[in-house]
Design a protein around this ligand. Sequence first.
Ligand SMILES: [Zn+2]
Ligand SMILES: [Zn+2]
Length: 354
Amino acid sequence: MNFITCPRCGRECYRLFDSVCRDCFFETFKLIELPHVLHARICPACGAHLHRSRWENIGSIEDVVLKAVENALFIHNEAGDVEIYMEPREITPYIYRVRAEVDALVREEPVHAEAETEVRIQRTACDMCSRESGRYFEAIIQIRAAGRFPTEGEKSRCMAIAREAMESMKKKGDRLAFISETLEQKEGLDLYMGSMNASRQVCRLITSELGGSFSESPTLVGMKDGRNLYRITFSMRLPEFRPGDVIRFRGKIIQIKSSGKKVNGISLENGSRFISTPEELKGAEKIGNIKDAVLTVLVSIEDSAILVLDPETYETVAIKKPMSLNAEAGSEIPVLKTSYGIFALTQSEIPQAK
Ligand SMILES: [Zn+2]
Ligand SMILES: [Zn+2]
C-alpha cells in the first residue's frame, strides 16, 4: 500500500480527507454546535411550552429542556449513524445544565463530540391560561328546562359532562377547550366557554344523554383584523318530561320512555305505544313518576277489571285490567296512584334499581 504525505503536517498516511490527513481534517471538523445559553418559555399554570410561536403541551419541565437542546443542537450534515445522548441537571428550578454527547460516522470514521449548554426557563402565562384567567369566552351555553327548572341532579350531571368533555378535548390538543366561568341559577346553568366547537360538542353530549334539544345564535361583539367577531349563545332546553314521568295528555295516561327530538312512551291504560314531540306535549300534565310506584294486594280478577287495595286508604277499588297480567289473586302487584286514579303496572315498567 502506498503512503501519501499530508501537505499540511507532513506525516504519512493511507488516505487523504479533503487533501489533508485524518488528524488534520478532524482538527477543524465540527461535528456539533450548541449555543452556550438557551431560553425556554414555560407556562407555570398548565406546563405548556412555547415552540416556534405556538404553545404546546409536551410533558414535564425536563422534557421541555431536552426538547430545547434538541432543537438548538446543530449536527454536521456529513454525519451519519448519529447517536445523541443528553444528560440534564437541575441547577435551580429555573436553570438546567445539559451535557450532550454525539457519536456519528463521518466519511466512514467514527467521531465523538461533547458540548454543554445552559437552559434558562422563563415563566409566562400561555395564550390559553391568560385567556382563562382573563375570563375570555367565545360562547355561552345556557342550560334550561322546558316548562320547569332543571333539577340539582341534572345541573350537576351537565357540569360533569362538560368538565369531562373539556378534559378529553384538551388532551386532543384543543387548547381553548376550557370553561372560564360557571353561573348557577335557579332556572339553570350558564357556562362561559373558551371554544365554540367545544361548546357544540358539550351540547350534543348533554342532549344525547338527558334528552332535549339546543339551538345556536350568534351575537356580533366587535371586529378583529377587519373581520366581524361573533359570540355564540347555545340555548339548551332539557325536556319537560323525563323518562319515568307519567303524564296526562289529551285524556290519555302515558309513561315517558325516552325524550329527545321525539318523545316515546307507553299508555298505562292499554299498553299501546306513544310517539310525540316536545312541542306537541306542551300543556301536558305531569301526574306522577314511575319511581313512586308501590306494591299492593291484587284482591280479585274479573273480565275487564281487577280489584286492588288502594295503597293509601286500603279500600278495595276496581281498576282497568292491564293488557298483560300474569299475577294471581292474593299476590302483590305494582301500582301507581295518581290524581286520575290508580294504574296497574307490569313488573317490567318498574325501574330495576328500586
Ligand atoms: Zn496532516
Ligand atoms: Zn398555560
